[in-house]
Design a binder for this molecule. Structure first.
Ligand code: HEM
Length: 416
């Protein structure tokens, strides 16, 4: 019963995630440079400045309106026409500060740095504005709504449905459901995920929500600590992900009982509890969501942890383009060449979007594994569950355990 609800919530959240992703990809530019600097919709008369920047250009840029940058790329200073060094404003040899910055922006300045990293040839990445705007805007807003919406949905569900109780009479006998090592793996995963979720949200949303409350100095300290914790705890999450995969994958392959379980809606609409093995279909969905989304978060996280060393997206987009799927779904041809900075930007967005989806799914999981269902927490708390709970939710597994261990299973102990 509980799992069909998790499944339904998961479907809704995956649907929402798809919509966000679609919005992002369709609003995301095929050529990010063009999107960052779309031509001005209005024709600006620059005759008074001899073709140079006008006040109107500056005001449009300040207001975030579309502005034309093409004319600026060729607007670099000409040292030969410079005022003499003794003249007023002549000290830069004909190139003003804006000229210098513009030169950097359009890769036309003769500048080198001591940094010899893979992306050190790009001093200003002009095509990064769409990423910055998406990160500060839709990602933060929709991501926040997804989490708050999930919490609200769970609260409403709890008010309407209440706690899922054990239907039959309790037997007083308990069965071992998870061994110590399994519970260690689960809590390592859970603990690290919660820490990563909180520190990730601090990094993403702190500028908007924490700086106004605590000021820049305090936030700077918290942001630095969050980043350090986030980067280092990620290894615990990855280790735990491998652990639970190895320990539980054998119980999570789909089989015919899942179809029956799903056909009965997990027992949500009455008709008794459908039979299930160690994990029912709803739990298998949680398991595979954790593994697939967790692995995707991990890989994009490693890409972020070692900047520019593990570019993933141009290659992935190229493979996707060969399938024709992006075009079929109206996304057009995805960009197959991009700077290393853009690779990092896609990695950051992907990391955050997938994390939001997994966080929403896991909120529902935490609810049903704690307050939402009587007897469920014991499975991960002490490792021992009430036999009646087990019979109601995992009848085939109980039968297996009994068959393996005889009528009175050695793992079963009378309740104190
Ligand atoms: C405080 C938070 C959490 C609680 C109270 C909790 C509780 C539980 C419980 C009671 C089970 C066993 C269910 C059963 O006996 O069948 C379980 C299983 C599981 N948990 Fe958690 N959990 C928490 C956090 C997490 C997190 C953060 C993740 C992943 C990032 C996670 C992933 C899983 C997975 C994959 C399973 C096995 C599949 C399933 O039972 O749905 N859990 N959890």
């Amino acid at each position: 019963m509980r799992d069909i609800r998790i499944f339904l919530l998961g479907c809704i959240m995956a649907g929402l995630a798809f919509v966000f992703l679609a919005t992002w990809l369709t609003s995301g530019p095929a050529n990010a440079q063009d999107a960052a600097t779309p031509p001005a919709e209005v024709e600006i008369d620059r005759s008074a400045t001899g073709g140079a920047t006008t006040l109107e250009d500056i005001l449009r840029r300040q207001q975030g309106l579309a502005s034309d940058n093409d004319y600026r790329a060729g607007e670099l200073g000409n040292p030969d026409a410079a005022a003499g060094i003794t003249d007023q404003l002549g000290t830069l040899g004909g190139a003003s500060d804006p000229d210098l910055w513009r030169g950097m922006r359009f890769n036309a300045a003769d500048i080198s740095t001591q940094v010899r990293g893979p992306a050190s040839t790009v001093l200003i990445q002009d095509r990064g504005m769409w990423w910055l705007q998406f990160r500060e805007g839709p990602l933060l807003v929709y991501g926040g709504y997804l989490l708050l919406g999930t919490l609200a949905a769970l609260a409403v569900f709890f008010l309407l449905r209440g706690r899922v109780r054990i239907d039959g009479a309790k037997t007083g006998r308990r069965i071992e459901r998870f061994k110590n090592v399994e519970r260690f793996g689960h809590w390592l995963l859970a603990g690290s995920f919660i820490v990563l979720g909180i520190t990730g949200l601090v990094s993403l949303m702190g500028r908007k929500f924490l700086i106004p409350v605590m000021g820049h100095d305090s936030y700077a300290w918290i942001a630095g600590a969050s980043k350090w914790v986030h980067n280092n705890v990620s290894w615990a999450f990855m280790l735990a992900l491998v652990m639970i995969f190895v320990m539980w994958v054998v119980h999570n392959f789909p089989d015919r009982t899942d179809l029956k379980w799903l056909a009965k809606g997990g027992g949500l609409f009455g008709g008794g509890h459908p039979p299930a093995k160690k994990f029912n279909a709803g739990q298998k969905l949680i398991f595979w969501s954790t593994i697939v989304l967790g692995a995707s978060i991990s890989v994009s996280g490693i890409s972020l942890l070692f900047p520019f060393e593990l570019p993933l997206f141009a290659k992935t987009f190229a493979i996707l383009n060969t399938t024709g799927l992006p075009e079929m779904f109206g996304f057009g041809i995805l960009p197959e060449t991009m700077t290393l900075h853009e690779e990092m930007q896609y990695a950051q967005l992907w990391h955050a979007i997938v994390s939001f989806v997994l966080m929403a799914i896991i909120l529902a999981h935490i609810y049903i594994g704690s307050v939402g269902m009587e007897g469920a927490f014991d499975a991960m708390g002490s490792g021992m569950v009430e036999e009646q709970w087990a019979k109601e939710h995992h009848s085939l597994w109980v039968a297996e355990v009994k068959e393996r261990e005889g009528k009175a299973p050695s793992g079963a102990t009378p309740a104190e």
